[in-house]
Design a protein around this ligand. Structure first.
Ligand SMILES: [Zn+2]
Length: 136
């Protein structure tokens, strides 16, 4: 079984601020980040689609203790975002001081960009992560 969209391809596009997902040709559900099978119907009949990169914050957490080797990132806020096309994805909230983030961010509209984080003992190479900015 081949991956329709590899994580490497997804990450390469993300580094250009393009958010790729998979559209299920059997049920229509959009998946992001890429998965082997549709989360709704388990189909492998997908096509790659470019998502609009906009959504709303569903929930968040502010991390004060980063993983080993990433202490310089403390503190940082991770958000769960429901994209306009439906899928929920996680990323960093980069437009707001983590010390000022509170429950009022839930429901706020965001747009996606990216930040590249260096490789560490848990990942072999620099990887892009979704980085969200609140749209006021
Ligand atoms: Zn499906």
């Amino acid at each position: 079984m081949d991956y329709r969209l590899t994580f490497q391809e997804y990450n390469k596009a993300l580094k250009k601020d393009r958010l790729l997902g998979l559209k299920c040709n059997d049920c229509g559900k959009i998946t992001c980040p890429p998965m082997m099978v549709c989360g709704e119907c388990a189909s492998t009949n997908h096509e790659v689609v470019t998502l609009c990169g906009k959504g709303k914050i569903v929930t968040f957490t502010t991390c004060n203790i980063a993983a080993e080797g990433r202490e310089n990132e403390n503190p940082y806020t991770i958000v769960m975002v429901e994209l306009d096309e439906g899928p929920w994805i996680m990323g960093n909230l980069v437009s707001m001081d983590p010390k000022k983030v509170d429950m009022k961010v839930i429901g706020k509209p965001v747009t996606v960009g990216h930040r590249v984080y260096p490789g560490d003992k848990y990942s072999s190479q620099p990887m892009a992560r979704p980085a969200f900015c609140i749209i006021e």
